[in-house]
Ligand binder design. Structure first.
Ligand code: UTP
Length: 291
């Protein structure tokens, strides 16, 4: 295998309308919704950093400026915290400080679909491999999900996507794999289809919101072909890479919470609170009242 280009870039699309969370998302970005005390976007950035990602591109849209502010230095806040000797709170802010120049934003003026959002990052991606993290998929795992993909990329080269098995009756909500060879943790992919009818789905292995892709996907997305739901689908662009480049699914080890969905979001709150020593006993106690 020729030497692989290192994986240093990540694209995080945050330009969606978040209609399932209206009215909460009328004036506020869905990606700023907190799970316990961290906004969804911060979990995604932290996860990417754990995988060695150094450059970040947020695909933003109208009403998303709070996300950019979140990663800026809050100078007055920090000074006030320092004056009040709030060291623990200051440490929280400083731990999330971004390296100057490591985060750029690109505007997707009209949310035409995930594939279109990724195409908007084409100058940032240039000719390098890149990760994609959809912040509304929240991961809880020992090894960062993006790190699991980055490790698989070093093994296989080419494109790798995180996958999950779902009950057959739910496959029509996801991008679905057509499997060439199932090797356990890794699955060699021979096709991909976005939101297939249940009786036409090639498997129940579905793509979740973490990817490592080769820059050639941009050329396919540039054709702006509309797929499922009349949107430019990333799945369709990725499908065109198969046959020309390696394409693998990685059975991700850990839990995934679909925080774009109200029930998934609530479950994430409980799961993450139960992992916190300062909260778990009280949360366990109050949960008894509801079961
Ligand atoms: P979703 O379909 O889950 O997000 O897209 P949405 O469209 O905001 O949510 P609903 O369905 O209306 O409630 C997955 C990810 O892709 C981004 C979203 O911001 C989200 O992070 N996205 C989607 C874009 O950036 N642009 C798009 O055109 C579509």
């Amino acid at each position: 295998m020729p030497a692989l280009k290192p994986l240093k870039k990540a694209v995080l699309p945050v330009a969606g309308l978040g209609t399932r969370f209206l009215p909460a998302t009328k004036a506020m970005a869905k990606e700023m919704l907190p799970v316990v005390d961290r906004p969804l976007i911060q979990y995604a950035i932290d996860e990417a950093r754990e995988a060695g990602i150094e450059q970040f591109c947020l695909i933003t849209g109208r009403g998303k400026t709070a996300i950019v502010e979140h990663f800026d230095v809050a100078y007055e806040l920090e000074r006030t915290l320092a004056e009040r000797n709030k060291q623990a709170e200051l440490d929280v802010l400083r731990a999330m400080a971004m390296e100057p120049g490591s985060m750029v934003t690109v505007r997707q003026q009209v949310p035409m679909g995930l594939g279109h959002a990724i195409w908007c990052a084409r100058s940032f991606i240039a000719d390098e491999p890149f990760a994609i993290l959809l912040p509304d998929d929240l991961m809880q795992c020992d090894v960062s999900c993006t790190k699991q993909l980055a490790d698989a990329y070093l093994e296989t080269g080419g494109n790798v996507v995180a996958i999950e098995e779902v009950p057959m009756e739910r496959v029509n909500k996801y991008g679905v794999l057509d499997v060439d060879k199932d090797m356990g943790r890794l699955v060699l992919v021979k096709g991909l289809v976005e939101k297939p009818p249940i009786d036409k789905a090639p498997s129940n292995l579905t793509v979740i919101g973490r990817y490592v892709l080769m820059p050639e996907v941009i050329g396919h997305l540039a054709k702006m072909e509309k797929g499922a739901g009349g949107e430019v689908q990333l799945t369709d662009g990725m499908a065109k890479l198969i046959g020309n480049q390696p394409f693998h699914g990685v059975r991700y080890e850990g839990k995934r919470f679909d925080c774009g969905d109200k029930t998934g979001f609530l479950e994430a709150q409980i799961a993450f609170a139960l992992k916190r020593d300062d909260m778990a006993p009280a949360v366990r106690e109050f949960l008894k009242k509801y079961t």
